[in-house]
Design a protein around this ligand. Structure first.
Ligand SMILES: [Zn+2]
Length: 285
């Protein structure tokens, strides 16, 4: 009787052991299955991203090539709505300039990069006019060198995707050789470029950047200083004329409804006509 009990005990123990082993194997199997699904989903997403990324959409020069157009869209960071979504849905290379210090600044930096756009900081700079907002970021002539650097560092911390910078306002700041020198030295250390939005005729920004070997360029046309679609269209015509004449042109617009609507119509037309949309970084000197 004792022998049988002993054998039974061993069999039960064995069965128990096999059951546990089976369970562990099944769990591992499920884990591997889950992992595979995750990887599949991830590569699906990546594939879709690659298909829709603007940088991939227009790599080649069209056969009827007429010239390059680089567009910077300023003032990202204030809004996260159907207007910003509309810009993120474009399938051509564009450069999006994000103002630091706002509710959607970091998010817009992230989204713009994710959707394949070039990102720069739209740095608030001192203006001759009285302005409001971004107080803790504005580069002013009466700040210490350390404070200027701190503000620039803080902007790049908030928008780490940025490969360069342009100025938001800044009619006073860009006239200051002292301030432009400090900014330029800092940007060169960071290997970032600077685009002069040219908010004053007396600007020293581009020439100072050139002296300091910071890759630079300047805005040729503002496409939406007036918000009327007729005027925006007229400014885009100007952009096109410059591009044809000089081979390339740099224009600046803003995250605004009418700008979006006009660009949604004009961009495909201009591509048809042989204009190539490029990132601002391709036009630097
Ligand atoms: Zn601005």
């Amino acid at each position: 009787m004792k022998k049988i009990d002993f054998k039974l005990g061993i069999i039960v123990a064995l069965l128990f052991f096999v059951a546990i082993l089976w369970r562990i194997l099944m769990e591992k199997n499920q884990e591997i299955k889950n992992l595979n699904t995750d990887i599949e989903q991830l590569s699906d997403a990546l594939e879709k991203d690659l298909v829709t990324k603007p940088s991939k959409a227009t790599l080649k020069k069209p056969e009827n090539y007429q010239g390059d157009i680089a567009l910077i869209i300023d003032d990202f960071g204030y809004r996260n709505d159907e207007i910003s979504d509309g810009f993120l849905a474009f399938k051509v290379p564009m450069t999006f300039a994000v103002i630091p210090g706002h509710r959607y600044s970091s998010l817009m930096g992230e989204l713009s990069e994710k959707f394949g756009f070039e990102v720069i900081i739209h740095m608030p700079m001192e203006s001759h006019a009285i302005t409001e907002g971004e107080e803790s970021f504005i580069l002013r002539e009466n700040l210490s060198e350390i404070e200027i650097k701190n503000r620039v560092n803080k902007a790049f911390e908030q928008i780490p995707q940025a490969v360069g910078m342009n100025n938001h306002q800044g009619s006073k700041a860009t006239e200051s050789r002292w301030l432009m020198r400090i900014l330029g030295t800092n940007l060169r250390q960071k290997s970032k470029y600077f685009v002069d939005s040219r908010t004053t005729k007396e600007t020293l920004a581009e020439e100072t950047m050139l002296l300091l070997n910071v890759p630079t360029a300047s805005r040729k046309v503002f496409i939406d200083n007036s918000d009327s679609p007729i005027d925006i269209n007229r400014q885009i015509d100007q952009l096109v004329t410059f591009s044809k004449k000089q081979g390339s042109v740099l224009g600046i617009g803003h995250v605004k409804k009418n700008t979006l609507t006009v660009l949604q119509k004009r961009i495909p037309e201009l591509q048809e006509e042989g204009f190539k949309f490029v990132f601002t970084s391709t036009l630097l000197h």
